[in-house]
Write a protein that binds this ligand. Structure first.
Ligand code: HEM
Length: 522
């Protein structure tokens, strides 16, 4: 076959290019016309070339080693269905809008398309989303699955430091044991009168603004749950419902800002970069102020504890627990093994995780009751059976144990609107999940609670609001891992019983006094 002209032209151009370069170099060196002129480069150019070659070789070597190490992870993950991706950046461009709502929609669409075990790529790492009971159970019960991953850790570290949410390994196990015992049933029972007193303040606030028009309920419910969690954790009367300003409110609102900012801008994960930005500098100032105040609070409670003769509380002795009027901080101090910094981390973690979630759920429950008036009527019937016509009586723990229907309403609301829709886990060993797929060690998995709760296989007619789904008889036979608003496994929400008692108290107090009405389009 006759060679075409194209390669010849290409070679010719190449030769011409080389010729030009050599000519320039040899003219500079005075070697014009010498036979050596083709072989010499100036010393500085030689070093530059050598250095460039070395850097290129090092990059090639590092890339090859990285790819070699990751080959197994990539191979196993590539068997899981998911969208096609670009080299290095994976599927990150799909989420470039940065809007949480858009990202949420995209993930739901991808899961619909690729199935209950779906994989995306994020900068060389597979991220696997699961929504089926079998996979969730395998993930939740895996002993090596106890960290939420480096990304979550980095994002939230400036606020929570080594609190329960972010810690892992022995530190987490040790602290979790102490905090689990602080949430003992007898301690929680003792909190109900505080829940009730502070919910009455919420009623007063709602009363001031409920003139028949709409208002921002979240603002008031957030202040109330803030008052509740801060008082039961630190033992201090915080009263943000009255004054609206307290260091706890500041740290939580600031914390939410920081977490969202770092989540949206991955380069902010580098501390050296983050702390020179305006937000980073402000975080330092806010946290310094908050930490000083929390340390003060801890010192005061320590003094009180020491003055009381350092007697350990027998948590099973209900009478002595209620007499002592303990807060969660007291039990951490009593334990005696946690440092001031460790206690601070846990206090900030509990106050932050315990306020926003309950306030959001409270608002969703009232929205559902506004839309479903017949459900609100049933809730009120149950309240009448417990309280008669008394709209103002305080709630006690015996009352709460009778609010079965209200509990079903809360659970159905949490099913439809879980405040934590995604549960993050770093996979420590290969895990065989549903549909025969394996999630390889080193990848990230995200349990999609939102879509699991809306899977018609587990909840027929999933979009409808039907609290009766959670009655005792209708719950028989339901897979334990398809209702996961509080997560599950070893990292199950430590405050889930606290949250249910608090929500029931707040809702009972408000619903006995006010009728919630839905305003279409508001
Ligand atoms: C409706 C209210 C609440 C919801 C929906 C909720 C939900 C969750 C979820 C989904 C997790 C992660 C579980 C996992 O990864 O498997 C979690 C963890 C946690 N929650 Fe809650 N929560 C609520 C209320 C509370 C309250 C009131 C407190 C404290 C007073 C609290 C303290 C915590 C803590 C400390 C963790 C970290 C536990 C650990 O990793 O060991 N939460 N919560």
């Amino acid at each position: 076959m006759c060679p075409g002209p194209a390669p010849i032209v290409t070679q010719h151009l190449l030769i011409l290019d080389w010729g030009k370069t050599r000519k320039k170099t040899s003219t500079r060196m005075g070697l014009e016309g010498s036979p050596l002129r083709h072989y010499f480069l100036p010393a500085e150019d030689k070093w530059k070339t050598l250095l460039s070659l070395l850097v290129a070789a090092a990059i090639c070597l590092a890339t090859s080693v990285y790819c070699w190490k990751k080959r197994r992870l990539w191979y196993i993950a590539s068997k899981i269905p998911g969208p096609t991706s670009l080299p290095i950046i994976g599927n990150l461009l799909m989420f470039a809008t940065g809007s949480p709502v858009e990202c949420f929609k995209i993930i739901n669409q991808l899961t619909e398309k690729y199935g209950p075990v779906m994989r995306i790529w994020g900068a060389g790492k597979p991220v696997v989303f699961v929504t089926d009971a079998e996979s969730i159970e395998k993930l939740m019960t895996n002993k090596k699955l106890e960290t939420r991953g480096r990304y979550i850790y980095k994002v939230a570290k400036p606020i929570f430091n080594n609190g329960l949410l972010l810690s892992y390994g022995n530190t987490w196990r040790f602290h979790r044991k102490i905090i689990n015992s602080s949430f003992h049933a007898n301690i929680l029972d003792g909190f109900v009168h505080q829940f009730s007193r502070l919910s009455l303040l919420l009623n007063d606030n709602i009363n001031k603004v409920s003139d028949g028009s709409t208002f921002d309920l979240y603002h008031y419910s957030f202040l109330c749950s803030m008052d509740i969690v801060a008082e039961t954790t630190m033992g201090e009367v915080v009263n943000v419902q009255v004054s609206q300003d307290h260091y706890f409110t500041r740290v939580i609102l600031w914390g939410l800002e920081v977490v969202m900012e770092r989540f949206r801008k991955p380069w902010m994960l580098y501390d050296w970069l983050y702390y020179v930005t305006q937000v980073g500098k402000q975080t330092k100032i806010v946290m310094k102020d908050v930490n000083e105040k929390i340390f003060d609070g801890i010192k005061k409670r320590k003094c009180k504890f020491n003055a009381g003769g350092k007697q350990k509380t027998d948590l099973d002795d209900k009478a002595s627990v209620s007499k002592k009027k303990l807060c969660l901080l007291d039990l951490m101090i009593e334990n005696g093994t946690m440092s001031m910094e460790e206690i601070r981390d846990e206090v900030v973690t509990i106050v932050s995780t315990g306020s926003e979630t309950t306030a959001t759920t409270f608002c969703y429950v009232l929205s559902m009751l506004g839309i479903h008036q017949e459900v609100q009527d049933r809730v009120l019937e149950e309240q009448k059976l417990i309280f008669g016509q008394d709209h103002c009586r305080s709630v006690c723990s015996e009352d709460l144990s009778q609010m079965n229907y209200l509990e079903q309403v809360i659970k159905e609301t949490l099913r439809l609107f879980p405040p934590v829709p995604y549960l993050f886990r770093k996979v420590g060993e290969d895990i065989e999940v549903g549909m025969g797929y394996t999630i390889p060690a080193g990848s990230h998995s995200i349990i999609n609670a939102y879509l699991t709760h809306r899977n018609p296989e587990y909840y027929p007619d999933p979009g409808s609001f039907v609290p009766e789904r959670f009655s005792a008889e209708n719950s028989i036979g339901r897979h334990p891992h398809v209702f996961i608003p509080f997560g599950g496994g070893r990292r199950l929400c430590v405050g889930y019983r606290y949250a249910m008692l608090e929500l029931k108290t707040m809702l009972s107090t408000v619903l006995r006094r006010f009728r919630v009405v839905h305003t279409p389009g508001a």
